[in-house]
Structure formats: C-alpha cells, structure tokens
Ligand binder design. Sequence first.
Ligand SMILES: [Zn+2]
Length: 248
Amino acid sequence: MKTQIKSLLELQDIDLQIEALLLKEKEIPKQKEKLQIQEKKLKQEIEDSEKTHKKLVLDQRECERQIAQLQEQIKKYNNQLQGVKKNEEYQALLKEIDEIKKQIGLKEEEQIKIMLQMDDANLFFLEAKKRIETEIQQLKKQEEQIDKELQEVIQERKGLEQRRLEAQKSVSPELLSHYLRVKQRRKTGPVVVPLKDEICSGCFMQILPQVVNEIMASEKIHTCRHCGRILYYPGLLEEQEPVIIPTD
Ligand SMILES: [Zn+2]
C-alpha cells in the first residue's frame, strides 16, 4: 500500500502540474487579447488623425472652388458693365462686384485658416504616427513573446502527459480508477491528501478514530466521508526503506 500511495502521489503531482499548465494555456491568450485591443485603439488613433487631415484638404478645395466661382462671377459682371448704358445699372453692377470681392476676401481668410490647421494637423499626424508605430511594434513584440510562452507551456504539458502515461502504470487499476473517479468529481486541486492530527487536510473535517487507525496501519485506502478525497498517513511515507546491501 505504501508504494501504491507513493505512486499515486507522483501521479497526482503530475496531474496538478498539468492542471496548472492548462489554466495558464487558458489565461495566456487573454493577455494577448488585451494587447490586441490596445493595438486596435492605436490604429484607430492614426485613422482618426488621417481623417481630420483629409477633411481639411476637402475644406480647402471647397474654398478654392468657391473663390474660383466668385471670380468667374466678377468676370461676368465686368463684361456686362461694358454693355450697360444707364448709370443706375452701372452703379448697381459695381456694387454687386464689390460685394463679391468682399466675399472672396472672406473666403481667402478662411482658406488661410484651413491651411494653418492643415500644417498643425500634418505635424501632429506625423508625430502621432511615429509614436504609435513604435508603440505598435512594442506590442507586437510582446504578443510574439506571449505566443512563445504559450508554445512553451503547451510543450511542457505534452511532456507531462507523456510522463503521466508512465506514472499511472505504477498505480494499481483499482486505485487508479478510484483516484480518477474522485478527481472527476472534484475537478480541481489535490484529491489524495494527508491525514493531519485526525483531520482531513482537504476539507479540515474530523476523521473517525477507527478509520484513522486503519489509515495509519495502511491497511486499505480510505476516502474522507465529508469531501470524498483519498486519505493517507504521511508518517507512512517518511518511514525508512530497508537498506539492501548488495553482496558479491
Ligand atoms: Zn475531507
């Protein structure tokens, strides 16, 4: 029974390591998701900045178009002036032309404002782009690191699963199926636990003296009647193995 418990504890140790690695395998991609969200935000920042710039370019073109249109209008009135006979009409046209010239002046002011904004936006965009591209590069590096870490964890787990196959061969079929049954019920954490001062160290409930005696005598496998975990007496494992001196 003593070697059986030892083998079972070895198996459980491997299982617990596998369990921890599986948990890591689940958690690691979440870290990557966070980085990817950050990356997306940064890309959005570049896009927004580009949009602002594009809008200014369009506004600027619209100004140009309107100015050209107004100038065309002036040309038209100038041509009309030559054919006008009445002074009243002549004066009215001149007034119109004046009005349009004022409008052109305003449009040109607007255009200058837009161009200044474009300069600022351009500068901001270039700086932001440079900064963001550096940040994205760093994020990518971190993501690669995470991928690598995940691969390492998977490799380690696969190695342990191989070792597990070997380790379970040392456990008797009955004990193994008992262990697996309890493990399936409990889902996480150890299922083979030491008995400490007549208490189950899994659920910290008192164990009946009769059962304690049997466990200490290592007569048979007992499960805690409160939590179902398999109990063993740790003192049993500490006892010295008889030393066999090889004789020639
Ligand atoms: Zn218990």
